[in-house]
Design a binder for this molecule. Structure first.
Ligand SMILES: Cc1cc2nc3c(=O)[nH]c(=O)nc-3n(C[C@H](O)[C@H](O)[C@H](O)COP(=O)(O)O)c2cc1C
Length: 214
C-alpha cells in the first residue's frame, strides 16, 4: 500500500489542541465516537494488555458538573502558568493559556466529554519501568483517537486538570476505585478544518546520534 504522504503528514502535523474553534452547537453522532475509539484500539499496549476503557459523557447535567470539577483547579493553575510565561516572554505559551482559559470557561458547552481510563492503579513507589508501560499503554490510543477525529472534521484537546479532583469525577460517573482516569477530551466538530503546523525547533536541536551530546 502506498500512503499519500502529503495527507498523512498534514494529519500528523496539524492535529492541534482545539479549544476556541470547537462547535458547541453541532451534535456529534455516537457512531463517530465509536468508530474513532475502534481505530484507537489498534494502538500498541505493554505486553498486549489492552487495558483501555473509555467513558463518553453526553448528558448535559453531567458535563456541567465535570466543567465545575475542572474549574476548581484550572483557575489557579492557569494563572500561575500565565505569570511564568509572561515573565519569560513566551508568546506561544501565553496564547495557549489564553485558549485554555476559554476552554475552562466553556467546557460545559462542548457536546461530548471523553474520558479515557485504564483498568488498575499504580501502587505508591511503582518503578519507572512499570509507570512507563502503564501510561504508554493509553497515550498512543488517545492520540490515535484524536487523529481519527481530525480526519473526520472533529477536534479535541487532551486535558488533565480535572484529575486534581479525580475522585469527584469518579463519583459523578460511577467509575470504580480500581479504574484510573487518564484525561478528559472535549470533542466537537471544528469551525473550519484548516489548522496549521505549530512552530517547533528543528528536530536536530532535540536529537543525539549514538552518544548524548553529539
Ligand atoms: C499530558 C497533557 C495534558 C494536558 N492538559 C491540558 C489541560 O488540562 N488543559 C488544556 O487546555 N490543555 C491541556 N493540554 C494541551 C496542551 O496545552 C497542548 O497540547 C499544547 O499547548 C500544545 O498545543 P498543540 O497540541 O496545539 O500543539 C495537555 C496536553 C498534554 C499532552
Amino acid at each position: 500500500m502506498q500512503f499519500d504522504l502529503t495527507m498523512t503528514d498534514e494529519l500528523l502535523a496539524t492535529t492541534r489542541a482545539v479549544r476556541k474553534r470547537l462547535d458547541f452547537d453541532k451534535p456529534v453522532p455516537r457512531e463517530i465516537i465509536e468508530e474513532c475509539i475502534a481505530l484507537s484500539q489498534q494502538a500498541p499496549t505493554g505486553t498486549n494488555s489492552q487495558g483501555w476503557r473509555w467513558i463518553v459523557v453526553e448528558d448535559a447535567d453531567k458535563r456541567a458538573k465535570l466543567a465545575d470539577i475542572y474549574r476548581k483547579m484550572s483557575g489557579p493553575y492557569l494563572e500561575e502558568q500565565g505569570k511564568i510565561a509572561e515573565e519569560s516572554g513566551d508568546a506561544q505559551t501565553m496564547r495557549v493559556l489564553d485558549s485554555a482559559v476559554y476552554l475552562a470557561e466553556n467546557l460545559q458547552h462542548v457536546p461530548v466529554h471523553v474520558i479515557p481510563c485504564l483498568q488498575g492503579r499504580p501502587p505508591e513507589g511503582t518503578p519507572v519501568v512499570a509507570l512507563s508501560a502503564m501510561m504508554g499503554s493509553i497515550f498512543p490510543a488517545i492520540w490515535s483517537f484524536q487523529l481519527a477525529l481530525r480526519a473526520r472534521g472533529l477536534g479535541s484537546c487532551l486535558t488533565s486538570l480535572h484529575l486534581f479532583n479525580e475522585k469527584e469525577a469518579a463519583e459523578l460517573l460511577g467509575i470504580p476505585d480500581d479504574v484510573l482516569q487518564i484525561a478528559l477530551l472535549p470533542v466537537a466538530y471544528t469551525k473550519g478544518t484548516d489548522f496549521k503546523r505549530a512552530q517547533r525547533p528543528p528536530a536536530s536541536d532535540i536529537m543525539h546520534w549514538d552518544h548524548w551530546g553529539t
